[in-house]
Design a protein around this ligand. Structure first.
Ligand SMILES: [Zn+2]
Ligand SMILES: [Zn+2]
Length: 382
């Protein structure tokens, strides 16, 4: 992949290749004495420094290194972060009174609103909600400062074709997942949420819309693959799984492109990987549902991280993409996709259950000829 895209060039949006295990082995050796919960007591800190400070020296040192010395005259007072955290509206701007009829106030109000809209539209992570983990109190069983964790950003799937490589839409992140070094790639695969997997294998259910869903796509099509660096990592947990890389490898072989490294997803640990941070890699499932994902961060586990192994992989954030609303009423989230119906101006049409039952059926009988498929909206399910 890189040989084709990068053509030997370096790029400023991705790092050089990093062998995760080698890198963090070296790094943890250097920092092995730094990862303990020292706290803020000067005497405890001094004992970790390993120098026999006297009390006077310790006092002088803590005064000399005090962050208070960084303050300058006329500066705003230092704010306790906890205070802001527990009172998020504490420093909200004062509302401009609406009953004052001054032009300058009206202009100021208008300008503030425009600025807010402009700033908000440019925020990179505006569509993500960060999850608050309440499981920090569980028993810690991962050693601090020895094992590392990685953050992976998985994007929504997108469609493209050989005739049109340029995407009209900007790719957006669907979820951020944190894994430990010893997690295998199949664990990553199992936590990637893709709504296509929830699809009903029954197809057109317009004759019996109330029948329960028997088999979902993910129960039938279990094959999957990652393509990282120049290696395909294929899911071989089920004997009937297909090797998606096969067709790509034979295509590449005909064109004399080297793409022949295949490994097993469930036997590959995160620590075995050699990755570029910021570089897009591929996750493919359900035949042709393709997601790009990037390694965005890696670091040694520290005391503020969750230290319980069973909590990983964990979601760090999820996208809050807008739901698809009903074409007819515009107020409910769509649950059905209807197609080939002559009384609709849109084809296909996304409709809610209420409109679906009222507009497309008379009693239990179809009100015309059409096909109906179940639709699962991500926003409504998460
Ligand atoms: Zn998908
Ligand atoms: Zn509706």
């Amino acid at each position: 992949m890189e040989a084709i895209y990068l053509k030997g060039n370096t790029v400023d949006w991705a790092t050089e290749k990093v062998h995760l295990n080698q890198y963090f082995n070296k790094f943890s050796n250097v920092t092995k004495d730094s990862f303990s919960d020292v706290g803020t007591d000067p005497k405890t800190i001094a004992s970790h420094v390993g120098f026999p400070f006297t009390d006077e020296q310790l006092y002088a040192l803590s005064e000399t290194c005090s962050p208070n010395l960084l303050a300058v005259e006329g500066e705003n007072p230092i704010v306790n972060v906890d205070t802001v955290y527990h009172n998020p509206t504490l420093f909200d701007k004062t509302e401009i009174p609406s009953d004052i009829d001054l032009e300058c106030f009206k202009l100021l109000k208008n300008r503030s609103k425009l600025q807010e809209d402009y700033i908000y539209s440019r925020l990179k992570y505006k569509n993500q909600i960060h999850l608050n983990d309440e499981c920090r109190k569980l028993k810690a069983d991962i050693p601090l400062g020895k094992e590392f964790i990685v953050t992976i950003r998985v994007h929504f799937p997108f469609h493209t074709s050989p005739d049109n490589y340029a995407h009209k839409k900007t790719l957006s992140c669907s979820q951020e997942i944190v894994l430990t070094a010893v997690d295998t790639l199949d664990k990553l695969r199992d936590v990637i949420i893709c709504m296509e997997e929830f699809g009903d294998t029954s197809g057109d259910v317009s004759e019996m819309p109330d029948a329960p869903v028997k088999v979902r796509l993910k129960d039938v099509y279990k094959s999957g693959m990652f393509y990282i660096g120049n290696t395909f990592y294929v899911d071989k947990r089920y004997p009937e799984n297909l090797d998606y890389s096969e067709v790509i490898r034979s295509w590449a072989a005909k064109r004399k492109i080297t793409m022949n490294r295949v490994d097993v997803m469930e036997k590959t640990k995160i620590s075995d990987l050699v990755v570029r941070f910021g570089y897009p890699y591929l996750y493919q499932h359900l035949g042709n549902c393709e997601h790009l994902f990037i390694f965005s961060d890696a670091r040694l586990l520290h005391q503020n991280d969750i230290q319980t192994r069973e909590q990983y992989p964990l979601y760090m954030s999820l996208s809050v993409k807008l739901a698809k609303f009903c074409t007819l009423c515009g107020s409910n989230v769509a649950r059905w996709v209807v197609t080939n119906f002559e009384k609709l101006t849109r084809d296909p049409a996304f409709v809610c259950t209420l409109c679906f039952k009222m507009y497309f059926y008379i009693g239990k009988k179809k009100n015309g000829s059409f096909q109906a498929f179940r639709y699962y909206d991500r926003r409504a399910m998460i």
